[in-house]
Write a protein that binds this ligand. Structure first.
Ligand SMILES: [Zn+2]
Length: 325
């Protein structure tokens, strides 16, 4: 039974084992979002209270804020895109917008690419948006060799020093044009114009850059990149990789690492994934990693053979993913 979860209508489909795991909780979603924002507020308050020589505290605050931005603006926004935050669609969509706007996107923009162009198509399909992402990031097709030094640069060093984040910043701005047909994106941009004007008026622009834009560029996008690369890039013996690192799934990514399970049963909210994984592990075709270093080692060790090549990454032309309405 393949749960797409595209319209939130698959909740009652399937056997009782799966529907047990598809129960949503508005209370849980609200508490999780509130806790994340409390951590961000605390980090900013502590960092702002220390004098300028307290740069290690500020650096730590940037790291904490960036991980929370990832938890909110990617992990939980992803949940919202699958209608997992509440049984009420309007509550889910309101929370989704609250999660999306601070990271310069809209729920509608996220949803149309993620749900249809990632879940709606087979991973092997040329039109699946993941291939366009990999191409945009300069990742070589599996038919090409990927030596250790180049892999280290592309997958570890380049994102770690923030270059990938800067690339993403340009892409984010470019995407405004593609998503401008969505009223929610237009509203989000208007809200940001007000925030920026307000920050300038109240002389808070330095804080806005230090405690929001810097973590967004250098932490949020780096974590996002590592997660996306891990999901489907050069996976051996399967189309999808699951990263079951306990620390990351528990404290940073709200179980986003259970990716093969999510592809098979996309109606399962984040807080049920570990338990559902134990129950349905046997059904999954996946490559399992226990952290990004193991993912990196798996990518380096990947040796494509003829029939797998087409499945993993069809010859890439310019994908039309960005212009599909
Ligand atoms: Zn998804």
């Amino acid at each position: 039974m393949d749960f797409r979860g595209l319209h939130g209508s698959s909740l009652t489909e399937g056997g009782s084992t799966i529907s047990r795991f598809t129960r949503r909780s508005t209370k849980r979603a609200l508490l999780t979002i509130a806790a994340e924002y409390a951590i961000i507020t605390g980090a900013i308050a502590i960092a702002a209270a220390v004098p300028d020589i307290g740069w290690p505290v500020k650096a730590l605050a940037i790291l904490v804020i960036g991980t929370r931005q990832y938890a909110l603006g990617e992990a939980l926004l992803h949940e919202a895109s699958h209608w997992h935050l509440s049984n009420s669609k309007s509550v889910n969509n309101l929370l989704g917008a609250i999660l999306a706007w601070p990271v310069f996107t809209s729920l509608a923009a996220y949803r149309r690419f993620h749900n249809r162009l990632h879940h709606g198509l087979d991973i092997a399909d040329l039109e699946n948006s993941i291939w366009e992402d990999y191409e945009d990031w300069g990742l070589p097709a599996p038919s090409r060799t990927l030596g250790l030094a180049r892999a280290f640069w592309l997958l570890v060093l380049r994102p770690a020093i923030g270059l990938t984040g800067i690339m993403h910043l340009f892409k984010t701005v470019r995407d405004f044009r593609y998503d401008f047909d969505l009223w929610e994106t237009r509203l989000m941009l208007t809200a940001w114009a007000v925030v920026i004007a307000g920050a300038a008026y109240f002389s808070l622009w330095r804080e806005l850059i230090l405690y929001w834009l810097i973590p967004y560029t250098f932490i949020f996008w780096t974590l996002n990149y590592w997660s996306e690369v891990g999901d489907h890039f050069r996976v051996s013996g399967a189309k999808t990789r699951s990263d079951l690192n306990w620390f990351v799934n528990t404290f940073i990514s709200h179980n986003i690492g259970y990716h093969a399970l999510h592809h098979k049963y996309s109606s399962i909210p984040w807080f049920h994934l570990p338990e559902a994984y134990r129950a349905h592990k046997v059904e999954l075709v996946e490559q399992v990693s226990r952290g990004y270093w193991e993912t990196f080692a798996q990518i380096v060790a990947y040796t494509p053979h003829e029939e797998r090549l087409e499945m993993q990454m069809p010859a890439l032309g310019k994908s039309e993913a960005e212009v599909v309405p």
